[in-house]
Write a protein that binds this ligand. Structure first.
Ligand SMILES: NC(=O)c1ccc[n+]([C@@H]2O[C@H](COP(=O)([O-])OP(=O)(O)OC[C@H]3O[C@@H](n4cnc5c(N)ncnc54)[C@H](OP(=O)(O)O)[C@@H]3O)[C@@H](O)[C@H]2O)c1
Length: 335
């Protein structure tokens, strides 16, 4: 039996600038299980993530470029529809890297079976998934955050950032949150109870703003954006402060490479530690993250929001809107 799979494919590489909907195409093809790929899965939820932008260029990165005209990839949650594999049955909930399409065939080593949970299943793409894990590992393993410290978080209204803010608050830290809309500022202040939130798009001089709102300085800066924001934060770090480089979204679509950090002297004088990390290196370190995050979620100590677009046809728009800051919390496509 064959079925039709609809998928998102990239029409051309996008070396610089913001992607446009015309850079993508929704295609379809017939698929049927065979001896090698003996499981058919229907995706229910597709994760939309900034790192995908790096795969839309031919530049060398930690993951290869998407292949033009073929299925794009990404994390997804789906349900087994047909199976000739002894380890998977019809109805099993599964996680895969075969997102950006509605249906696919695969072998068992491309799937991970998911345990049913007392919360929406797409949480495995959010707080219990890569974004929650990134927040946890970034804060504790690389940021060495301790109770009572002061932390600055950029892109704080997004998926990783909002989780970082709440973990830090749970630990008894002072949290300063930056985001790009007043609606996200309100959410961060009123629901997530950060100590201070601001709309960076309304701030004329970030260096002066940091001095004003946090005169004693930051122990840790959790950097999701890079660029000028990172440079400004360096001025307000405490001596021996730490900066965790999680992302560089302000640079991803930049049309020129910028001039680099002009204040490296402060890194020296303040004896700062600046550390980048990739969550893919920590796939074998799911504990204690999973246990702690499940408990925080059950106790209401971590709340999460989702921005949901419906249908595979809207996946390109969801990605462009993510880059434009239209999401609050995790950006997802529901199939
Ligand atoms: N190191 C790792 O292994 C790892 C893993 C996952 C994610 N990340 C990184 O973590 C960051 C957050 O990821 P996420 O999935 O949680 O995405 P997200 O924060 O939910 O969404 C992206 C956000 O970036 C902000 N943004 C876009 N352009 C910007 C600009 N020029 N300056 C400042 N902010 C801008 C927008 O929010 P505003 O409204 O605030 O502008 C947008 O909502 C990204 O940089 C991502 O690449 C790293």
């Amino acid at each position: 039996m064959s079925v039709v799979s609809k998928y998102v494919s990239l029409k051309n590489y996008i070396p610089i600038g913001l992607p446009k909907e015309t850079d993508f195409e929704i295609k379809s093809k017939e698929i049927s299980i065979n001896d090698e790929k003996n499981i058919l899965v229907s995706n229910s939820w597709i994760s939309v993530d900034p790192y995908m932008r790096a795969r839309m260029t031919e530049r060398k990165n930690y993951k290869p470029p998407f292949k033009i005209g073929e299925e794009m990839e990404g994390y997804a949650i789906g349900k087994v529809e047909l199976s000739n594999d002894k380890d998977f049955s019809v109805g099993d909930l599964v996680f895969s890297s075969l997102g950006m399409r509605d249906k696919f065939i695969c072998s068992s080593d491309e799937l991970k079976k998911l345990k049913p949970i007392d919360m929406p299943i797409q949480s495995y793409l959010g707080p219990l998934g890569m974004t929650g894990h990134t927040a946890y590992i970034g804060l504790f393993k690389h940021g060495e955050l301790k109770s009572g410290q002061t932390i600055l978080v950029s892109s704080a209204g997004g998926s990783v950032g909002s989780t970082v803010c709440q973990i830090a608050k749970n630990l008894g830290c002072k949290v300063i949150a930056s985001t790009g809309s007043d609606e996200k500022v309100d959410w961060l202040k009123n629901e997530l109870k950060v100590d201070h939130a601001f709309n960076y798009k309304k701030v004329k001089n970030l260096i002066l703003h940091f001095k004003e709102i946090c005169p004693d300085g930051f122990d840790l800066y959790f950097d999701n954006v890079g660029g000028d924001f990172l440079e400004s934060a360096i001025f307000q770090m405490k001596t021996y402060g730490r900066i965790v480089i999680c992302g560089r979204i302000s640079q991803m679509n930049a049309t020129n490479p910028g001039s680099g950090l002009k204040n490296m002297a402060y890194v020296l004088v303040k004896r700062l530690t600046i550390k980048g990390f990739l969550i893919f290196d920590h796939d074998n370190e799911r504990e204690p993250f999973e246990t702690e995050m499940s408990k925080w979620l059950a106790d209401g100590k971590i709340k999460f929001k989702e921005t949901i677009y419906e249908g595979i046809e809207n996946a390109p728009k969801s990605f462009i809107d993510l880059l434009n800051g239209k999401n609050i919390g995790k950006m997802l496509v529901k199939i």
